[in-house]
Design a protein around this ligand. Structure first.
Ligand code: TA6
Length: 286
C-alpha cells in the first residue's frame, strides 16, 4: 500500500485491515483508535491501560456493501428500514475519503473524512482521538432543493455485563418504544436492561452516562446538535437472528446512539448545513 501523505511517524498509519479494507490506525500518548474508510467506521477506541470503550462483534463482516457490526456506524440519510433500500441508509457502506489529518496542539490526532459522491449531499466527518474520542458529522445540502434527512452515530459500547450496567440521564424523557409502537416516558434515573430494548428518546440533553460496575467505570456521552438518543440491546432472540452478531454478545454491549431521527428529522434548505457532535470519554467509578 502506498504510504499516505497523511501518515506521520507513530501516530497515524494507513494499513490493510480486515477483509483487505483500508484501516487508519491512530496512536496518541493517551489512547489508540482504528477507523475504516469503509463507512468512515470507528471500530476501536481505547485509553491506555483500559478496556476498549467500543464493542465490536467477533462475527462482523468486513465486506464491500456490508455494514460493520459494532464500533460507531454512521447512519445517514435515513434511520431504520426503508422499502427497497439498505437499512440505516448508505453512508455506512460507502468508501469515504481521508481529506486531511493533523496533530492537535495537545498531541492528539484529527482526521477529516469526506463522502461527496452522494447525490445532493456533501458529508464531512471530523474524528479527533485524544484522551477522549470526538466526532463531528456535518451534512451540507449541495442540491438546489430542500432535503429532509435523519442522522445518527450508532455507537456500540463495550461493557462487562448488561446485568450490572445502567444508563443515566434519561429520567423524565419521553420515548417511542419501537417494539410496542407505544410512546412513554422514562421513569428511572438509572435505566437497566433485562430484555430486548429498542427506544427512541426525545432527548437533547447535553450529557448521558453508561455506568459499568463490572469494569468500574462510567462512559460519558456528551453531545450537541442531537435531538434524539436511541437505546438498543437485541437481547437473546434477536441476537440469534443476526448472522453478524454472536448469540451471547448482547451480554457485553449496549447501544446508546446520538442523532436526529423520526420526528426529529432535519430539514435542510439548499446550501445549508447541520453538524452533529458527540464526545466519548471514560471515568473510573469511585
Ligand atoms: O438503533 C437500533 C436499531 O434501529 C435496531 O432496530 C436494530 O435494527 C439496530 O438498529 C441495528 O440495525 P442494523 O441495520 O445495523 O442491523
Amino acid at each position: 500500500m502506498e504510504p499516505h501523505s497523511a501518515e506521520f511517524a507513530g501516530h497515524l498509519e494507513v494499513l490493510p485491515g480486515k477483509g483487505g479494507l483500508t484501516k487508519l490506525q491512530v496512536k496518541t500518548p493517551w489512547s489508540t483508535a482504528e477507523i475504516y474508510l469503509h463507512g468512515a467506521h470507528v471500530t476501536h477506541f481505547g485509553k491506555a491501560g483500559e478496556p476498549p470503550l467500543l464493542f465490536m462483534s467477533e462475527a462482523s463482516d468486513f465486506l464491500p456493501g456490508k455494514p460493520i457490526r459494532g464500533g460507531i456506524p454512521v447512519i445517514f440519510p435515513w434511520f431504520g428500514p426503508r422499502e427497497g433500500q439498505p437499512a440505516h441508509g448508505f453512508a455506512r457502506t460507502r468508501e469515504w475519503h481521508l481529506k486531511e489529518s493533523h496533530r492537535t496542539p495537545e498531541g492528539g490526532v484529527t482526521l477529516d473524512l469526506n463522502l461527496s459522491e452522494l447525490d445532493g449531499f456533501d458529508l464531512d466527518y471530523r474524528i479527533t482521538v485524544s484522551t477522549s474520542l470526538s466526532l463531528e458529522l456535518t451534512v451540507r445540502n449541495s442540491s438546489a432543493n430542500g432535503q429532509t434527512i435523519e442522522n445518527c452515530l450508532h455507537t456500540y459500547f463495550a461493557i462487562a455485563d448488561i446485568a450490572t450496567t445502567a444508563v443515566t440521564g434519561l429520567q423524565g424523557t419521553s420515548y417511542f418504544d419501537k417494539l410496542t409502537s407505544h410512546a412513554s416516558s422514562e421513569i428511572s434515573s438509572a435505566l437497566r436492561i433485562d430484555r430486548e430494548v429498542d427506544r427512541i428518546y426525545d432527548d437533547s440533553t447535553p450529557s448521558l452516562e453508561v455506568h459499568d460496575t463490572g469494569l468500574a467505570r462510567k462512559i460519558v456521552i456528551s453531545k450537541s446538535g442531537s435531538a434524539s438518543t436511541v437505546v438498543w440491546n437485541p437481547w437473546i432472540e434477536k441476537s440469534k437472528r443476526m448472522a453478524d452478531f454472536g448469540e451471547d454478545e448482547y451480554l457485553r454491549m449496549i447501544c446508546v446512539e446520538s442523532g436526529n431521527v423520526a420526528d426529529r428529522e432535519i430539514h435542510l434548505a439548499p446550501g445549508s448545513s447541520h453538524t452533529l457532535r458527540v464526545e466519548l470519554s471514560s471515568v473510573g467509578l469511585t
